[in-house]
Design a binder for this molecule. Structure first.
Ligand SMILES: [Zn+2]
Length: 324
């Protein structure tokens, strides 16, 4: 009986590894430091070795393993089984990831990029409640996204589906994005985006505000500071920035919902720690911008799994891959 899935969530500092049973419960979990020296060539062998020693220690044979799933940064080529351009892993050219796992373990192997995997994890075991159609938007340093339709991730013709962060959302007074384009959602609705907005609009705010003073005095501020000042202290400029931030995000989410009408749009990532303070604003504006049948059926919800979204998603790509 194939009882277990090995799920791996690979990041720049560590790889989280979990053994997940058929009831989607984590039976065992550990992590392996990510060693990016020597152009990252040790990253995968270290993970493989750690799984092999776990199998030996627990006396597990590969016949008990249904499959191995990996969520990774970078650009995935599913056909070739390679990952490229994962700069936080020091991977520049295409790495033969699938080949390395298949040579080490005689079990099916599946991988996907980390943003997609997190979306699938939330759809399956988190805020998505296993609804068939779910979109996740991750508000971190950048804005990531993943689209699940009929329970499966959407990849697009060149693996770039779900790049919600690079929807052009500001045309009149745009900020330059790290991707080279102007006015991307990421420039105004990521953690960095909140700070960008606070700097960008400071000259137009005439009232008294601690946030305004901090920006003018070139103090270091974070998105956390902005949301705190707005929520805890009622700082008028901080509230204006949070409103502007929420408005951009709600517009982008309404475009997604008007196209896909998912059951849920899940907001995750560091900025979503602001919780209901952010969600409620975004929902109100989202309803304003969405077609009536959409606003009455697509819910805006907060992510529930935190850092475990990647692990559950990595397990579910195995289930989905085997059911194809
Ligand atoms: Zn961009």
């Amino acid at each position: 009986m194939n009882e277990y899935i090995i799920a791996i969530d690979l990041g720049g500092t560590s790889a989280k590894i979990a053994v997940i049973n058929e009831e989607a419960k984590i039976k065992e979990r550990w992590s392996v430091p990510t060693d990016i020296s020597e152009e990252g060539k040790l990253v995968i062998p270290n993970i493989i070795q750690s799984i092999e020693s776990f199998f030996n220690r627990e006396n597990i044979s590969t016949t008990q393993i249904k499959g191995i799933g990996l969520g990774t940064p970078g650009t995935i080529n599913q056909t070739a089984g390679t990952v490229a351009a994962a700069y936080n892993l020091n991977w520049h050219g295409a790495q033969p990831i699938k080949k390395q796992f298949e040579e080490a373990f005689d079990v099916p192997f599946f991988m996907d990029n980390d943003a997609n995997v997190a979306a699938l994890g939330e759809q399956w075991q988190g805020a998505g409640d296993q609804a068939a159609n779910v979109v996740m938007v991750t508000l971190g340093t950048g804005v990531g996204g993943g689209v699940v339709i009929d329970g499966h991730l959407v990849h697009g013709v060149n693996q770039a589906a779900g790049e919600i962060g690079h929807m052009t959302i500001e045309f009149d007074d745009p900020i330059l994005c790290t991707c080279g384009k102007l006015g991307c959602l990421e420039t105004v609705a990521s953690a960095t985006g909140a700070v960008n907005l606070a700097k960008h609009h400071v000259s137009s705010f005439t009232g008294t505000s601690a946030l305004k003073d901090a920006v003018i005095n070139h103090e270091s501020i974070s998105s956390y500071d902005i949301f705190q000042l707005a929520e805890e202290h009622g700082d008028p400029y901080a509230i204006m920035i949070v409103d502007t931030y929420s408005d951009y995000l709600a517009r982008a989410l309404s475009h997604i919902a008007n196209t896909l009408n998912p059951a849920k749009i899940i907001i995750g990532g560091g900025v979503s720690a602001s919780g209901e303070f952010l969600r409620e604003r975004v929902e109100r504006l989202f309803k304003q911008y969405s077609f009536s049948q959409i606003k009455n059926s697509t819910q805006i919800v907060l992510a529930e799994l935190g850092n475990d979204a990647g692990i559950f998603g990595a397990a579910q790509i195995v289930n989905n891959g085997l059911s194809n």
